[in-house]
Design a protein around this ligand. Structure first.
Ligand SMILES: Nc1ncnc2c1ncn2[C@@H]1O[C@H](COP(=O)(O)OP(=O)(O)OP(=O)(O)O)[C@@H](O)[C@H]1O
Length: 781
């Protein structure tokens, strides 16, 4: 390399605060430094080109993946721009998760050969500088997860070579430029602008657009439904959480014939979705939930055979549930709760709830407060036939009224009952699609780390990481298989779990499921970093291997922390509550934060791992369908599973934190099984509680946990509480404890006293909490 280029790399290393990705570059050894010879790794890649007949090379690619949260005050984007402009042959530039801050340096326009520019996951602010329009060879522009603002310039769609643009998770405002949607201007196939502040209608979509993937979820796009050209190539249309109002035009299905994933959830769509939408030839995921659709779906509504997930929940549908939604044996998951269907399946509201919404909509249409949907418009057009506007308005009113009346007549009179089930639906986290990147951004919003690691590993890579799955690296073995400790290429220490699969299992569905699992991120879940699916099928067993790679959590299980082993102090009552709340939050996220929910999660105290900061993290989730002998459909599994098994098993975790040891008959001082001690006929006794917590544990707090544990362990699933209810009680218990003892276990929201007081009287009189401390709170003695 010419010395000037070596110098630039060394200056870059200094400017970026010596990130660990560049640790192997000796900044003092300018002489003989072979930058072009450094082998590529997942965090650093530098490649060079040497032209024929020339003795020197030139740098054509630099990719650095950092782990910084922010760079020092001395950092300057301008300096970065100057420095990079000294590498004019650069074709690929990736500076990801390095904490870069400031505006994009205009000088990047000197990099005329640039094909890939990736500055994702930094803190870059400001607008896109106009001078970047000179980058005519740019094919991929990734600026996601930054703080960009301002409007999106029209020239962005004029970059003739552009194939992929990702601006998600920024604060960009204004309309999306028309140029982005025309193949005459660019080669764009993938456009991701989700989680910004874009507003206004989308420009008409020309039929020659090459877009295959379009994600503009979580903006303010609307009110008009976008107009798509016929015969487009679009496969993923993600427009959830926007402001699109009115009906879905009847010809939308014909225009979107190739779509596999369609998310229109959480808009303000109303009327009736066209039946053709449900029958799209390639559709796999269709999310229409969280809108204002109303009316009666045809009982014989047919669904496309390719459909795997249909979400119609949280609308105002009435009448009978279409037969296809309840059909058994198929692999489609249909969510239709929170409507007013005449069924007790999934949670339904009473008919009056939906009728009120229908009246409101009719009134709004009549008052012209909202745009009438296209169907209404067609009828108006027919009636009015180009007549006077006033007559038109009256006609709209009459028409809507007539439709409502006809609809009421058609609906069979059914007794609608409000569901008595606890509301386990999503709270705050919107429904989502299996393949939607919003999972990641939601997770990031929930305060979790970069997801850059998620990837497919090769088997040799994992063999290298675990020294050929050597015994020294074996951490343990559970019902799903062996777990090994391993060191990945980039130095990350990971746990590698080997699962055995029946080769007859539907690999496509399994892959969808695993790809979802590796995207899930939550503070209280051990994240899966990636996976590897071995293609070799064992001739004797007809099984194949799946390796799941997850974060390595090295502070033992919650069970380890309840006994004095390895010089560890046992957890206090507050700490036990914090751990239970943490694990519970992780499990609740699996039930309600992912759609369809993930249940039957092998909830078990040895699957609650403690990190160095004593934060509890639940692991092994989503593995219910991986046993070798099972060949049933993954999606069907998910459809049939419920949260009540997890709640039951969570009861055992609560029991163990109370007892301080595994709840087995042999260990119990009593002849009654500890679980039964919590039931009505066997009132809990003082002796069952771990002596280590007696004395610092507030009686009210303990009683609350005893009660909710007893409820979780009810034999009858319908008597068990939801995870949300359990958490609510645990938070109350922690709050009572912390207020009195002054221990602060974790930041907890304030909760009022528990709603359900299960068998409180029996427990109170059992001798467990009946001694009042004169000087204040009741401590258990
Ligand atoms: N991500 C991880 N980091 C550190 N240790 C782990 C991790 N995952 C599992 N382990 C450890 O590996 C061992 C085996 O775990 P595994 O989950 O397979 O079985 P288990 O929890 O003991 O039983 P079960 O199969 O019933 O869940 C346990 O000791 C567990 O603590």
């Amino acid at each position: 390399l010419p010395p000037s280029q070596v110098h630039s790399v060394l200056r870059l290393q200094r400017l970026l605060g010596y990130p660990s990705a560049l640790a192997h570059i000796d900044s003092n050894a300018t002489q003989g430094l072979d930058l072009c010879g450094i082998p590529p790794s997942p965090v650093f890649n530098l490649s060079c080109n040497s032209s024929a007949g020339s003795f020197s090379s030139t740098i054509v690619s630099i990719q650095i993946l950092g782990n910084a949260t922010s760079l020092s005050r001395d950092f300057s984007m301008e300096t970065l721009g100057n420095l990079l402009s000294a590498l004019p042959e650069l074709e690929i530039l990736g500076l990801v998760h390095l904490g870069l801050w400031g505006s994009i340096p205009p000088k990047l326009d000197h990099l005329q050969s640039l094909r890939v520019l990736d500055l994702s996951e930094n803190s870059i602010s400001g607008a896109l500088p106009d001078r970047l329009r000179a980058l005519s060879r740019l094919e991929i522009l990734q600026l996601k997860d930054n703080r960009l603002n301002g409007t999106l310039p029209g020239w962005i769609g004029e970059l003739r070579s552009l194939r992929e643009l990702d601006l998600s998770n920024n604060a960009i405002t204004g309309k999306l430029p028309k140029s982005l949607f025309s193949s005459r201007r660019n080669r764009l196939e993938r456009l991701v602008v989700s989680h910004n502040d874009f507003s206004g209608n989308l420009p008409d979509w020309s039929s020659d657009s090459l877009l295959v993937y379009f994600n503009a979820g979580a903006n303010h796009i609307g009110p008009a439904f976008p107009k798509f050209g016929y015969g487009g190539l679009l496969q993923s249309l993600l427009l959830g959480q926007n402001d699109i109002t009115g009906g879905i035009p009847r010809d939308a299905a014909a225009r979107l014939g190739g779509v596999r994933t369609m998310d229109l959830s959480y808009n303000e769509l109303h009327g009736m979705p066209p039946a053709a939408l449900f029958r799209l030839g390639h559709i796999e995921t269709l999310a229409l939930n969280g809108n204002q659709f109303l009316g009666v779906l045809p009982y014989n509504l047919s669904l496309s055979p390719s459909l795997a997930l249909l979400d119609l929940s949280s609308n105002f549908f009435t009448g009978r549930v279409p037969a296809s939604f309840l059909g058994s044996g198929g692999s489609v998951v249909v969510r239709f709760g929170k409507n007013c269907f005449a069924t007790r399946v999934q949670q339904q509201y009473t008919r009056s709830h939906c009728d009120a919404a229908a009246r409101k909509r009719a009134a709004a249409s009549a008052a012209g407060a909202s745009t009438p949907d296209s169907h209404d418009l067609a009828i108006i057009a027919g009636i009015v036939g180009g007549g006077i506007a006033l007559v038109g308005a009256v006609a709209v009113f009459l028409c809507v009224l007539l439709r409502c009346l006809r609809q009421q007549k058609d609906d069979k009179p059914v007794q609608y009952a409000a569901s008595s089930c606890a509301d386990t639906a999503s709270i705050g986290v919107p429904s989502d699609l299996l393949s939607n990147a919003r999972y990641l951004s939601q997770s990031i919003r929930l305060g979790v780390h970069s997801t850059s690691h998620n990837r497919v590993f090769s088997v040799p890579e994992l063999e290298e990481a675990t020294a050929n799955f050597s015994l020294e690296n074996l951490i343990g073995e559970g019902q799903h298989g062996k777990v090994f400790k391993g060191k990945l290429h980039d130095g990350t220490v990971a746990a590698v779990k080997c699962l055995t699969l029946d080769s007859r299992q539907d690999m496509r569905q399994l892959k969808i499921h695993v790809e979802l699992l590796v995207k899930i991120r939550h503070r209280h879940l051990v994240g899966y970093i990636g996976y590897s699916l071995d293609n070799v099928i064992d001739g004797a067993t007809q099984c194949r291997k799946l390796y799941l790679v997850s974060e390595y959590i090295d502070n033992g299980t919650l069970r380890n922390h309840l006994s004095k082993a390895e010089g560890r102090e046992v957890l206090s009552w507050s700490q036990r509550l914090a751990a239970a709340i943490g694990a519970g939050r992780g499990i609740q996220y699996l039930h309600t934060g992912v759609v369809p929910g993930i249940f039957n999660n092998d909830v078990n105290i040895t699957n609650v791992l403690m990190d160095q900061n004593c934060v509890a993290k639940f692991t092994d989730f989503g593995l219910f369908c991986f046993q070798c002998k099972t060949s049933s459909s993954v999606l069907l599994f998910r459809k049939l599973a419920s949260d009540k098994t997890d709640v039951y098993n969570f009861g055992f975790i609560l029991l163990e934190i109370l007892l301080g040891k595994p709840p087995t008959i042999e260990d119990s001082k009593s002849s009654v099984h500890p679980k039964e001690m919590l039931q009505t006929e066997h009132v809990p006794r003082y002796e069952v509680v771990d002596p280590a917590i007696i004395g610092n544990c507030v009686a009210e707090s303990l009683t609350t946990v005893l009660e909710i544990a007893a409820k979780c362990l009810s034999e009858e699933p319908s008597s068990r509480p939801s995870m949300e209810d359990v958490l609510w009680n645990l938070q109350y218990a922690a709050q009572v404890q912390d207020r009195v003892s002054g221990e602060c276990s974790e930041e907890l929201p304030y909760v009022s006293p528990p709603r359900s007081r299960f068998n409180r009287q029996a427990i109170r009189t059992s001798g467990i909490t009946n001694r009042k401390n004169e000087s204040g709170p009741e401590f258990l003695r």
